[in-house]
Design a protein around this ligand. Structure first.
Ligand SMILES: *Cc1c(COP(=O)(O)O)cnc(C)c1O
Length: 407
């Protein structure tokens, strides 16, 4: 028997929600693969993937199976007890990465919070309280808690909330000389996204990450990779660090890790993890059985040659067509990114107008993303069908053509 709900619509948002978001004019109600339907029954192609989250599209059978089986078994026990899905998922993440220990939590910000607290704790216990400085990149994004907006290099997110967390400095991304000048023996961690996501889909130069690794080693600082957006197959490797061959000390994962179910993880080594002794850190929902069961299924499906090699092939298909559209209408200065995290940088004449492209795409039944005002971001499912890529980009071209005609 289905429950009767009162009807709701987009206009209700402004009556009931904190106005910190500006959602699109329609309300999605159902999804399947790379397609979504709104309240009116209109079908859209989804290249936004819930902001790089729906790594296997909507209602993937393996994830539905994992979730429903777990839902009929055990939902939650807290960390006063451990549970089988959490232990299995931790083992799989360890087997697939540099990591030897895992801390589960619920969001990217929370995974980064754990990473930053770990870095400070390690430095405090090994070297003393003066070694607490964190260096991060300008224009980076690490989440919305006070610590993570303080580390994130975008003042628009950290201004106006009282004093920021102290002991944090920012250097330009991909500028090794600037990092070299900033790092010192009071640095406890260097925090980088291997691909800046929110900041405009900007991949790191290999020499930059390599150089950062060497500088951290020279100064006894931890290298923290925020792979909340770049990880879980999006780059064509399970994690982007594996593409670069530069191994961090601490890695945060979220977004695609749960494929649409909230979960995050901080990965690190055994020696570093030992600094978070019993009682030093925690979160009630961390390692929740439902979340871990879904994430285990995500890892099982994503961490296979079929899916990861498919990402590389789909990248080429996507990028070639976007470049063609960019050239035809003169709207892009470049198309960049890795795997299925692709950024189309708006040409000079279109700078600041990313939202107009977002709206025009929605009118053509296509969901895309922005990464700031100057970059269009595409983060589709890693198993998006080639036919959906072609049809979605055909819709996108119609949206671009309309904008150009109207300009
Ligand atoms: C989205 C994101 C975060 C924040 O994740 P939440 O789950 O929203 O807290 C942190 N870092 C990066 C690189 C992200 O893209």
């Amino acid at each position: 028997m289905s429950v009767q709900h009162d009807p709701v619509q987009r206009a209700d948002f402004d009556q009931v929600m904190v106005p910190s978001y500006a959602p699109a004019a329609f309300v999605p109600v159902r999804g399947s693969g790379s397609r979504v339907w709104d309240q009116s029954g209109r079908e859209l192609i989804d290249f936004s993937g819930g902001i790089a989250v729906n790594v296997l599209g909507h209602v993937h059978p393996a994830l539905v199976k994992a979730l429903t089986e777990q839902a009929n078994t055990l939902w939650h026990v807290s960390n006063v007890f451990t549970n089988e899905p959490a232990l299995r998922l931790a083992r799989k993440l360890i087997d697939a990465t540099f990591a030897e220990r895992v801390f589960f939590c619920n969001s990217g910000a929370e995974a980064n919070e754990a990473a930053f607290k770990l870095a400070r704790r390690v430095a405090h216990e090994r070297f003393g309280p003066q070694k607490h400085e964190i260096i991060a990149a300008t224009n980076s994004f690490h989440g919305r808690t006070l610590f993570t907006v303080s580390v994130g290099g975008q003042p628009k997110y950290s201004d106006g909330f009282g004093p920021r967390i102290q002991g944090i400095s920012h250097v330009p991304y991909n500028d090794l000389e600037a990092l070299k000048a900033a790092i010192s023996d009071t640095t406890c961690a260097v925090v980088l996204e291997p691909i800046q996501g929110e900041g405009g889909v900007l991949p790191a130069d290999p020499a930059y990450l390599q150089g950062a690794r060497e500088l951290c080693d020279q100064h006894n600082a931890l290298l923290v990779f925020d792979e909340v957006q770049s990880g879980m197959g999006r780059s064509g490797h399970l994690f982007a660090y594996q593409h670069y061959g530069v191994v961090p000390d601490v890695l945060s994962s979220a977004k695609s890790l749960g494929g649409g179910f909230p979960i995050a993880a901080m990965l690190t080594t055994e020696a570093l993890a030992s600094h978070l002794a019993v009682g030093t850190h925690g979160t009630t929902y961390g390692g929740n059985p439902l979340a871990c069961a879904v994430a285990e299924a995500v890892v099982d499906v994503v961490n296979t040659p079929e899916v990861l090699d498919g990402v590389k092939a789909k990248h080429e298909r996507f990028k070639a067509r976007l470049q063609q559209i960019g050239e035809r209408y003169g709207v892009f200065s470049t198309v960049r990114g890795m795997g299925l995290l692709i950024g189309a940088v708006l040409a000079e004449a279109w700078k600041g107008k990313a939202r107009a492209f977002f709206d025009a795409a929605a009118e053509e039944n296509l969901m895309i993303l922005q990464a700031g005002p100057d970059v269009l971001r595409f983060a589709p499912s890693l198993v998006v069908e080639d036919a959906d890529i072609d049809e979605g980009l055909a819709r996108f071209e119609r949206a671009v053509a309309k904008l150009v005609v109207a300009a």
